[in-house]
Design a protein. Structure first.
Length: 337
């Protein structure tokens, strides 16, 4: 068995994990190609081919953990059982507009609509406040392959991505939704093009271009703006409601700023789902620098295949070697979950 190369794996996060494995003496071999590389890993202590990874999924991730993280309401059930705060929510058939309207009336506006399973913020619609919003939002959330729709209370605060194992918090990132800042001269489209073309952004393997599509047009319209509008100097115009880096968001390292209580809370959240060795956790709180048990927090998502590249290559702030920590705990040191 030999070391695989960067060309054999498409995921930057997966490659970071492989690099960390190589540095610790593990050997790797690609099992499949065509962009769907499964990587066989040989343990240097035993010589046995003990592990497999696919992107950021590890063979130590149980199927139950994978299923729970993909199916949002299942993850919420485990959170509630463990005493983890999560927004009120309910599942609906895609045709059940009446049920969704009743939920909106019960919880109060605004609410969020999501496919019942999925990743990368695909199909997520925020700021739903009226029955008309529900009908329009179904065109986005309902277009995914998920069979049901999750309606969720939209909670106030700032969203952070916390990556953790079952024993330690590894890194925290503020993910700022895709946006531009006006200069009083250029149009929104020109500002998007300029930000996407910025060499610092182009050379960062974790960041993605800000997309221009129908969703962009709709979000701009809700801000009384448009692609050909000229924002004032210093005016921030948001281009996505979700904060995903894959949708053009910016990553800002916050690891040293979070309250110490998160160092216990984040691993507790991972442990809430059996068989989950590590995860990316999306947390909303009004103030991440204060005790979450005092100011409040909500877990809105958990990802069994977290994008760790955002921590290694932040848009702003210090790089965090999350891959090394994952390898040391999950592959090299821990024998039990």
């Amino acid at each position: 068995m030999t070391h695989i190369t960067r060309d054999e794996i498409r995921s930057t996060s997966g490659w970071l994990l492989v690099e960390a494995l190589h540095k610790r003496g593990f050997q790797t071999q690609a099992v499949m190609g065509d962009g769907r590389t499964f990587i066989l890993i040989a343990d240097p202590r035993t010589g046995c081919e003990d592990y497999v990874i696919y992107e950021m999924f590890a063979s130590r991730t149980s199927y139950l953990a994978y299923y729970a993280c993909r199916h949002k309401e299942v993850a919420k059930a485990f959170f509630r059982r463990a005493g983890i705060a999560t927004p009120r929510s309910a599942l609906f058939a895609k045709q059940d507009c009446d049920g969704m309207q009743r939920f909106l009336g019960d919880v109060g506006a605004p609410v969020v609509m999501k496919p019942s399973f999925g990743t990368h913020g695909t199909g997520v619609v925020m700021d739903i406040a009226t029955p008309q919003d529900i009908a329009r939002s179904l065109a986005t959330a309902g277009a995914t392959t998920a069979k049901k729709i999750l309606m969720e209370q939209q909670v106030a605060g700032t969203e952070y991505r916390m990556t953790a194992t079952r024993t330690q918090l590894l890194a925290v990132t503020l993910r700022k939704p895709a946006h531009i800042v006006g200069d009083g001269e250029r149009t929104v489209r020109e500002l998007i093009d300029a930000k996407n073309a910025n060499p610092a952004r182009q050379q960062n393997p974790a960041l993605k271009d800000i997309p221009i599509d129908e969703q962009t047009d709709g979000i701009l319209a809700r801000q009384n703006s448009a692609l050909d509008a000229v924002p004032g100097e210093g005016e921030t115009v948001f281009l996505r409601t979700n904060s995903n880096i894959s949708a053009g968001g910016d990553s800002i390292d916050f690891t040293d700023k979070v309250h110490a209580a998160y160092r216990e809370l984040a691993p507790q959240i991972v442990r809430a789902i059996p068989g989950l060795p590590y995860a990316g956790i999306d947390v909303i709180t009004p103030d991440v620098e204060r005790n979450p048990h005092d100011v409040g927090y909500f877990v809105i998502e958990i990802n069994a295949s977290p994008m760790i590249s955002m921590h290694h290559y932040p848009y702003e702030g210090r790089s965090r070697d999350v891959a090394a920590a994952v390898v040391d705990e999950v592959f090299a040191l821990s024998n039990n979950l």
